[in-house]
Design a protein around this ligand. Structure first.
Ligand code: C2E
Ligand code: MG
Ligand code: MG
Ligand code: MG
Length: 288
């Protein structure tokens, strides 16, 4: 057996154990049915609004696996394994549940962004499943943003179209992740109503080094503006990039310059007064 198979079986075990603990009633929170996947953890990276002095307006949920032998694994090492092993739907819904439960305690105007794999989106009941999670966690639909990749939309699938329409109809926000790396096809933007484009960090990293970085980002932002779509720049690492992207008209920024992905307990800017251990703040505070 190769390393991939071993990892796949281990992940399967983690998920099965969590599901079993839910079924046998040992879970502490029966209303919000969240299985405890033990070694799986959700990290959050804040997203900052340019026009608001770079205050955190939301955060993206990014899954981690605290592996007993291999240490903290990032998604690149196990999401493909989960997809291959048919485990991504269970994993994805767990992340969604965790994220909605967390965001319920954040300031009212903030949002949480959750990555959705193509396989999840292909589920005919995906929209209803998302609504159920929203209902059970009590999070307003408008505070959830689902991040899709272009590959989810590439197959000409009318079911996906219907699912997205139904989600948006209830106010769930839809964003297109890693924009520009896939089959960026303008027809997608026309056919699917999308609220936000996330400009891939490979373009952001060109700023200040190659002239065409600014040209590409400028074009994406101009197009988005005309379509009434927000833009988040990913992978912002320097003040120079922050200022450049703001000048180009990006509405939101995300990257190590502002914050690294961190466990929920370290997400100071969204901490509520009742669980604050440090200074008490209700409104998200500017980090920059
Ligand atoms: P993504 O959705 O594009 O997430 C952004 C990735 O860029 C994250 O990597 C984040 O840690 C990283 N990043 C953020 N700011 C910077 C920066 O300034 N510089 C650099 N170099 N990197 C930055 P991460 O957490 O390793 O996640 C990788 C990918 O895994 C995500 O890319 C997403 O596609 C996928 N992923 C993460 N969580 C989930 C999940 O729950 N479900 C699914 N289906 N996919 C997930
Ligand atoms: Mg993402
Ligand atoms: Mg992205
Ligand atoms: Mg990316």
């Amino acid at each position: 057996r190769n390393a991939r198979d071993i990892l796949k079986n281990e992940l399967r075990e983690v998920l099965a154990k969590g599901a079993a603990s839910l079924a046998d009633g040992t879970q502490p929170d029966p209303i919000v049915k969240r299985p405890d996947f033990g070694s799986l953890e959700v990290y959050y990276q804040t997203i900052h609004r340019a026009e608001n002095g770079y205050r955190a307006s939301g955060a993206e949920a990014l899954v981690r696996w605290r592996h007993s032998q291999r240490g903290l694994l990032t998604p690149a090492s196990f999401i493909p394994v989960a997809e291959e092993g048919g485990l991504i739907d269970a994993l994805g819904f767990w992340v969604l549940r965790e994220a909605c439960t967390a965001a319920r305690n954040w300031p009212e105007n903030s949002f949480v962004a959750v990555n959705v794999s193509p396989s999840q989106l292909r589920r005919p009941n995906f929209a209803e499943e998302v609504f159920t999670v929203l209902q059970e966690t009590g999070l307003a639909p408008s505070r959830l943003e689902l991040e899709l990749t272009e590959s989810s939309l590439i197959e000409d699938n009318s079911d996906v179209y219907t699912v997205l329409k139904s989600l948006r109809g209830r106010g769930v926000q839809i964003s297109l992740d890693d924009f520009g790396t896939g089959y960026s096809c303008l027809s997608h933007l026309m056919r699917f109503d999308i609220d936000r484009i996330k400009i891939d960090r490979s373009f952001v990293s060109l700023l200040g080094t190659k002239a065409n970085g600014a040209a590409i980002i400028g074009a994406i932002v101009a197009l988005s503006r005309n379509l009434g779509i927000s833009t988040t720049a990913e992978g912002v690492e320097t003040e120079y990039q922050r200022d450049f992207l703001t000048a180009l008209g990006c509405t939101d920024l995300q990257g190590y310059y502002f914050s690294r992905p961190a466990p929920l307990r370290e997400l100071d800017c969204f901490r509520q007064p009742e669980d604050a251990t440090g200074p008490r703040t209700i409104a998200p505070r500017a980090i920059a």
